[in-house]
Write a protein that binds this ligand. Structure first.
Ligand code: FES
Length: 107
């Protein structure tokens, strides 16, 4: 059960334990973290689950697929080097301590 920390655009820190094997999107929305809309429910069709992975963690994640790359071009706020779609990040023990930011808006 990795411990995950999300920081919302207003600076609030949301820390929670997440089950392994679920997406960061599912874990965050299940924990009630605001700011992740996930309109398509994880089907890689909306880009409203955008998060910005802390630079220290970017290399711990598998690189985005070409489909995720394409959807990252459609985020509401400009894409950053750590931008990912949280529905495509599967939580594993290696991600213990993962730190991500939630952008100020998803639309
Ligand atoms: S929830 Fe729609 S792309 Fe991630």
């Amino acid at each position: 059960m990795p411990d995950i920390t999300l920081i919302t655009a207003d600076g609030q820190v949301h820390g929670f334990e997440a089950p392994e094997g679920v997406s960061l999107m599912a874990a965050a929305t299940g924990a009630g973290v605001p700011g992740i809309v996930a309109e398509c429910g994880g089907q890689l069709r909306c880009a409203t689950c955008h998060v910005i992975v802390d630079p220290a963690w970017v290399d711990h994640l598998p690189p985005p697929t070409s489909d995720e790359q394409a959807m990252l071009e459609l985020t509401a706020v400009p894409r950053e080097s750590g931008s990912r779609l949280s529905c495509q990040i599967v939580l594993t023990p290696d991600l213990q301590g993962l730190l991500v930011q939630v952008p100020e808006r998803q639309y």
